[in-house]
Design a protein around this ligand. Structure first.
Ligand code: HEM
Length: 135
C-alpha cells in the first residue's frame, strides 16, 4: 500500500465536499435498501461525520498507533448503532464506487487495490473491537 497515493486521492475526491457523502449514501441505499432505516431521516450531520472520519483515517493510515484506537472506538460505537460484521462489505463496495466516481480518469487498479486493503484493515479493527463487546 502506498499511503501517500491514498492521501492524494482522498484530497482530490474530498474537494467535492458534501457531494461525496451524498453519492456514497445514495449508492449504499440503492445497493442495500434495508440499511436506510438504520440512519436518521435528515442525513446532513451524518455527511459531515462520515467525511471527517474518513479524512482522519486516511491521514493516519500509516500511523497505526493513532489509527487503531480511533477505529476501535468507532467499532464499539457502531456496535451500539446495531451495525453487524456483514454490513461492512456493502459499505466498502459503496466507498470504492464513490472514490472511483469522483476520481474519474485518475482512478487506477493500484488505487482500487490500496483502498480495498485500507478498508479491509478498517473492517478488521472495527469488527474486532465490536466482537469483544459480545464475547
Ligand atoms: C469506514 C467505515 C465507517 C466509518 C468511517 C463510519 C463513520 C461513522 C461516523 C463518524 C459516525 C458518527 C458517529 C457519531 O455519532 O459520533 C457513524 C455513524 C453511523 N454509522 Fe458508520 N462508519 C463506517 C462504517 C459503517 C457501516 C459498515 C455501517 C453499517 C450500515 C455504518 C452505519 C452507521 C450508523 C447506522 C450510524 C449512526 C447514525 C445515527 O443514528 O446517527 N457505518 N459512522
Amino acid at each position: 500500500m502506498d499511503p501517500q497515493k491514498l492521501k492524494d486521492n482522498f484530497a482530490l475526491v474530498a474537494a467535492n465536499g458534501v457531494d461525496v457523502a451524498e453519492y456514497f449514501y445514495a449508492d449504499l441505499f440503492a445497493r442495500e435498501p434495508q440499511l436506510r432505516s438504520m440512519f436518521p431521516a435528515g442525513m446532513s450531520r451524518q455527511y459531515d461525520l462520515l467525511l471527517g472520519a474518513l479524512g482522519r483515517i486516511v491521514a493516519t493510515v500509516d500511523d497505526h498507533d493513532r489509527l487503531v484506537p480511533f477505529l476501535r472506538d468507532l467499532g464499539r460505537q457502531h456496535h451500539g448503532f446495531g451495525v453487524l460484521a456483514d454490513h461492512y462489505a456493502p459499505v466498502g463496495a459503496s466507498l470504492l464506487a464513490t472514490l472511483a466516481y469522483f476520481s474519474g480518469p485518475d482512478w487506477t487498479d493500484d488505487l482500487e487495490h490500496d483502498w480495498a486493503a485500507a478498508y479491509g484493515l478498517v473492517t478488521k479493527v472495527m469488527t474486532g473491537a465490536a466482537a469483544e463487546l459480545v464475547s
